[in-house]
Design a protein around this ligand. Structure first.
Ligand code: DC
Length: 207
């Protein structure tokens, strides 16, 4: 059962890479950020507060696979709310089993704590990042495609705030696992990132 764990910063390209690796190796793919985004959306839809742990935990307990398909989950405001709801340890605990059950059948998972908490025994762990400026440009282009009208400078400011919250929270902060392979995608095309990652994975998986 092959498990590839991908962690990394917001808009680092880890989702695109995760999908590419899953297709290459014929494995299922889970974007775990969508679990936190779907939780945040459920809290907001119910008129709750993402800063409140019990609002978040009640929502997280109800998340199932069918909640993850809604395209609104990728919007900027839902992402910011997801970053806030994900700081609560009880929210993380409520989403743990879904991720473990997925990984038990083998697959590619991307998120913030996959190599450290969810799949510490993953066959391959990758930690993906890029410079804040490049990530802001990429995310800006993506948001513009969804019809949002933020400037690159606004996106950069939000991204720095998000990096700080994701990496300084007490519960499962974003950080590379000790045995993760680092992949800095600054200046690399999607195809170059995928090629570099496949080389890293093949070096471990193909013996
Ligand atoms: O990867 P993303 O932008 O969709 O994630 C949205 C937020 O969810 C992110 O700011 C932090 C949180 N998250 C997390 O805490 N752990 C994960 N495994 C994935 C996402």
């Amino acid at each position: 059962m092959t498990v590839i764990a991908i962690d990394g910063t917001f808009a680092s390209g880890k989702g695109t890479l995760g999908k590419g690796l899953a297709a290459h190796y014929g494995l299922p793919y889970l974007d775990t950020g969508k679990l936190y985004r779907a939780t945040a959306k459920r809290v907001l839809d119910a008129g709750g507060d993402v800063s409140n742990s019990s609002d978040g935990t009640n929502a997280a307990k109800r998340i199932s696979a069918k909640d993850l398909a809604d395209p609104i989950l990728k919007s900027g405001p839902i992402g910011a709310a997801a970053s806030k709801v994900s700081v609560h340890p009880d929210v993380r605990a409520a989403l743990f089993k879904f991720q473990r059950d997925f990984a038990a059948k083998g697959g590619v998972l991307d998120g913030r704590d996959i190599g450290t908490v969810i799949c510490p025994d993953a066959d391959v762990k990758l930690y993906v990042t890029a410079s804040p400026e490049e990530r802001a440009r990429r995310r800006h282009a993506e948001l513009t495609g969804y019809g949002e009208t933020l400037s690159v400078a606004d996106v950069l400011a939000q991204l720095k705030e998000r990096d700080t919250r994701d990496s300084t929270r007490a519960a499962a902060p974003l950080k590379p696992a000790e045995d993760a392979h680092l992949l800095d995608t600054t200046g690399m095309s999607i195809a170059e990132v995928l090629k570099a990652a496949i080389e890293m994975c093949d070096a471990i998986l193909v013996r």
